[in-house]
Design a protein around this ligand. Structure first.
Ligand SMILES: Nc1ncnc2c1ncn2[C@@H]1O[C@H](COP(=O)(O)OP(=O)(O)OP(=O)(O)O)[C@@H](O)[C@H]1O
Ligand SMILES: [Mg+2]
Length: 357
């Protein structure tokens, strides 16, 4: 069993609260992704699991063992860093073998493990080269290989793909997912890239200012964001959020924002009845432009052509919305149109706490 558990874990650096009483459980063989903006505490969390930082408070367990006070060397984890951290003067073989040699693993065994890992990563032809003679993607594989040969209980990866160009990143992403299936390993993967988080994670953990805002499978986090922060952070382009007043129109709550009046029935209506003011959220792909029907009137303020779709900036007489429209529609600037909103996919958030209503 190589699950990981963090209980009430905090890390303070002087006055800076880098991680603030988090509770987290990584299941055996799970790929858990920590995602959040720069400075939210992802690396600090990972480094505490690795034993490279001592928590200010709380306990960390790997499997059934409390490792809070166990040295990094004795935790049976392997960490892969963004900058690879390869030894420049050693060839690929030695870079991969070094950790095993330090642990006095027998020579033959080292050779077997390194060769096998190199083969699984497609770098078995590069074992004699030094890091300077490798491409970024190859260096990243060596760094991964060095982790794999250790056969750790848990892999910890801190933005391992962020130094690669966009295309390589996408292919390495799926390679990593496949590799990890083959290894049957438990992995904690840190990224600030929400696309990476969504595509790779069995579950994702959204962090902000040292706290965990939501933990769940990607679909859940996307379709049922726990609060406004998660709603805006996950999804690209981000969810539209408009602040509005709630009025009652023959017992149906109506959201009033600028020139728009949006009738909120069903679940949304029930949620709206708790408040007088609200943040209304809807994703760009859940809007449709309509000549006649639709829920609200809007003016087109700009369009961006993305190939298979358009992004259309809309003005609702005050509030702005971004719509993502498939197909080949042409929209003139200042053109008036009607916008249909898929209310079954809209969200309401408390105007002060930001919590989902
Ligand atoms: N050794 C340190 N001393 C003081 N403050 C630190 C130290 N390490 C991290 N911090 C602070 O703790 C907070 C969390 O940092 P952390 O590196 O965990 O963020 P992150 O989520 O990994 O960000 P990024 O996406 O930029 O890598 C930041 O405010 C950072 O400045
Ligand atoms: Mg970091």
């Amino acid at each position: 069993m190589s699950s990981v558990r963090l209980e009430s874990v905090s890390k303070h650096f002087g006055d800076v609260v880098a991680v603030d009483e988090i509770e987290l459980e990584v299941e055996d063989r799970e790929l858990l992704v920590l995602v959040g903006p720069s400075g939210c505490g992802k690396s600090t969390t990972l480094r505490m699991i690795a034993g490279l930082e001592q928590p200010t408070a709380g306990t960390i367990s790997i499997g059934e063992r409390d490792v809070t006070d166990v040295d990094a060397m004795d935790r049976n984890i392997a960490m892969v860093f963004q900058n690879y951290a390869l030894y420049p003067h050693m060839n690929v073989f030695r870079n991969m073998a070094f950790g095993l040699q330090m642990r006095k693993v027998a020579r033959e065994e080292v050779r077997t493990r390194v060769t096998e890992a190199a083969r699984s990563l497609g770098i078995d032809g590069l074992l004699e080269r030094r890091p300077a003679q490798l491409s970024g993607g190859e260096r990243q594989r060596v760094a991964l290989g060095r982790a794999i040969v250790r056969d750790p209980e848990v892999f910890l990866l801190d933005e391992p793909l962020s130094n690669l160009d966009a295309k390589l990143r996408v292919s390495m992403r799926s390679e990593l997912v496949n590799l990890r299936r083959g290894l049957g390993a438990t992995m904690v993967y840190v990224t600030h890239d929400q696309v990476e988080a969504m595509t790779m994670g069995d579950r994702i953990v959204v962090m902000h200012q040292g706290r965990i805002h939501q933990v769940g499978p990607p679909q859940q986090v996307y379709f049922k964001p726990a609060n406004r922060f998660v709603a805006e952070f996950i999804g690209n382009p981000p969810m539209n959020i408009i602040r509005g007043r709630i009025e009652n129109d023959s017992d149906t709550p109506v959201l009033v924002a600028g020139g728009a009046r949006i009738r909120l029935s069903g679940e949304l209506g029930q949620a709206a009845s708790q408040v007088t003011e609200v943040d209304f959220g809807v994703r760009p792909e859940d809007l449709r432009l309509d000549e006649t029907g639709g829920d609200v009137e809007a003016t087109v303020k700009g369009t961006q052509f993305l190939g298979s779709e358009y992004l259309v900036d809309l003005d609702l007489g005050g509030p702005q919305l971004l719509a993502r429209i498939e197909g080949h529609g042409e929209f003139g600037i200042d053109q008036l149109c009607r916008v249909a909103i898929d209310l079954s996919r809209a969200h309401l958030f408390h105007p002060e706490t930001g919590d989902r209503l």
